[in-house]
Each structure stands twice: as C-alpha cells, then as structure tokens.
Design a protein around this ligand. Structure first.
Ligand code: NAD
Length: 305
C-alpha cells in the first residue's frame, strides 16, 4: 500500500490487517503517520518515496495486490507545488506499473479523484461515462494515470481499478481539507470561514464506506475499470458549516471570505457523483449520512478527547 500512512491508506491498511491480510505500507511520511500503534505492530512498514524504483521493487516482492494511494494533495499545497504533484503521480505510477510487471503482481487499485470531472456541466450526478474536464496539475495527472492503467491491462494483462473518490472525510483527516478545518475553527470558537457564498456543493463520502468499497473491489476486479466512490448526496458548504457548528455546540460565527486566486481552478460550483456502476459491480454504495459521519468525527476527535 503506497501512501498507507495517510488518511485513507491508514484506515484501509488497518481494516485489511483486521481481516487477516498481510500488509506492507510504503510511505515517505510526508504527512506524518496516521497508522495506529496496533497497526504498526501488525504491518511491515517501509519508509520510502514512490519515485525510488529500487526500494519499491524490493518492498513489493511477494505482494498480490498494490493499492497505490501515495500522492501530494490539498488545494493550497498542490497549487503551490504543481510540478512535484505531477512528478509524484506520474513517476509514482510508472514505478508501480513496472514493479507489478517485474514482481508478477496482477492487481492494482489506484486512488484517482472526482477532481477529474472539473467544471463538467452537471444536470445530474456525474457518472464514469461523462467526458471529463481536469483543469489542475493534480487532476490532469490522475487522469493520465487512469489511461496508463488501461494501457497496462491491454499490454500486460494487469487488472486495475481507478477509484474516483468524492470528498472523503473522517476522524483522522487533517485540516488541509474543509471538514477538519471547520471542526477546528468550531472547537476554538473562531469564525468558520466559508469561501465565496457557500452555495458550492460537494458529495461528502465517509471513510468507512470508502474503504469498504475499496475492499469489495479488490476481490471483484477484472480488466481495467474506473469507479466513482460517492455518497450520491449533494450538500453545500454553507450547510456543512452550519452542521459542524451545531454538532460542536460552538459559538463560532460563520463568515464568508473570497477564495485566494490560486484556488480558482479548484472551486467548482457543483459536485455530486453517481455510484450506480459501483453498485452494479459489488452490490454496495456508500450511504452514511453527512450528519452521522460528522457526529462520529465529533465523538472520536472532540467528545472523547
Ligand atoms: N481525501 C480525499 O477526499 C481524496 C479525494 C480524492 C482522491 N484522493 C486520493 O486518495 C489518496 C489518499 O488520499 P488521503 O486523503 O489519504 O491523503 P494523505 O495526504 O493523507 O495521504 C497521502 C499519503 O501519501 C504519502 N506520500 C506523499 N508523497 C509521497 C511519495 N512521494 N512517496 C511515498 N509516499 C508519499 C503521504 O505521506 C501520505 O501518507 C491520494 O492518492 C489522493 O489523491 C483523496
């Protein structure tokens, strides 16, 4: 599992261990380590960069599946580091593909992104057939990698799925992302800062649902496919701020500020995904309501802290 010390990768590694799988986590710890002590004892941990081919080759020997989740993300970080973002994506994928070939690993699950849909006009929830419109270095590299994986299957028969995640959120996320940032502001009774008028929508998908979908796909993958991992529930950022303020019983004011210019390409008006294709493949769709997911974060991070 590349990126296995991160928010999604750590949750997935822990669940895979719990289910009795042997897990090797390969991560350069750029964002620290979110794996629990118990998980660290159960997994094999390798500190390494996905751009280091030899170490990745050595570390993945004997694996049956590669989950490729290492990436640079977070709007501000990506906007400030577009070249390194693309480097980690493109060199990382090339290395993952080649170690899979060399080590005889037949399955790759890749963390792509709903960011690929960019500013696609939306009447309804986007599905995987819509023509995508990636605008940022991050989304362009993710789309490039999806195409790379399709070619890898054609040429080498390596099965893959690219998972287009829609705003995953959960207790261990850090405040590069909007949900933990609002929780932090609410906890400190500081203004909850919403960009623009707050009417922009997102489709927030709870971490437990996300990793459940990944594990089901690991067992069912065939060929090279792309799946939305979405909750199919469109909600606006202003409502998110209101919900977090309420759950936190906070006195924070909700304030509206202009987004920094560097964020413009990321600030899409609407985003909601269809999980029909996922459902057809594994008879499962994410379904945790935003209120339940936010309440769980509050309990784990604040009420019990
Ligand atoms: N969180 C979301 O809402 C979301 C949405 C869409 C896509 N994704 C994708 O899901 C994956 C996991 O995201 P996350 O939210 O867990 O992010 P994260 O930042 O918590 O995890 C990424 C991990 O990759 C590691 N990493 C970064 N550069 C590396 C490198 N060069 N070599 C080795 N490791 C490196 C980091 O140390 C970190 O542990 C990423 O590929 C991301 O693009 C996430």
């Amino acid at each position: 599992m590349t990126g296995g010390a991160g928010f999604i990768g750590s949750a997935l590694s822990e669940e895979l261990c719990r289910q009795g799988h042997s897990v090797v986590v390969y991560d350069n710890l750029l964002r620290g380590n979110k794996l629990s002590k118990k998980a660290m004892d159960a997994i094999e941990f390798v500190k390494g960069d996905v751009r280091d081919y030899d170490l990745l080759l050595k570390s993945s020997k004997g694996c049956d599946v590669i989950f490729h989740f290492a990436a640079i993300l977070g709007v501000d970080i990506v906007a400030d580091n577009p070249i390194e973002t693309m480097d980690v994506e493109t060199i990382g994928m090339r290395n993952v593909a080649n170690v899979a070939i060399e080590n005889g690993i037949n399955k790759i699950l890749y963390a792509s992104t709903s960011g690929i849909y960019g500013h696609s006009a939306m009447e309804t929830a986007v599905d995987e057939k819509i023509i995508v419109d990636p605008r940022t270095s991050y989304a362009m590299a993710k789309r490039y990698n999806e195409i790379y994986l399709a070619a890898l299957y054609e040429e080498k028969g390596i099965h893959s799925v690219a998972l287009r995640f829609f705003n995953v959120y959960g207790p261990k996320q850090d405040n590069r992302m909007v949900v933990p940032r609002f929780f932090e502001q609410a906890a400190q009774n500081k203004p909850i800062t919403v960009f623009g008028n707050g009417k922009q929508t997102r489709d927030f998908t709870f971490i437990d649902d996300t990793i459940y979908a990944c594990i089901l796909l690991m067992d069912k993958m065939k060929g090279s496919e792309i799946y939305n991992i979405a909750n199919e529930n469109e909600g606006c950022i202003e409502d998110l701020a209101v919900a977090i303020k309420k759950i936190s019983a906070s006195d924070s004011e909700i304030t509206y500020i202009k987004a920094p210019k560097k964020r413009y390409d990321y600030e899409v008006e609407r985003r909601v995904g269809s999980s029909e294709k996922l459902y057809a493949a594994v008879a499962y769709k994410p379904s945790t309501t935003l209120e339940d997911g936010l309440t769980e974060i509050y309990k784990v991070n604040y009420a019990l802290a």
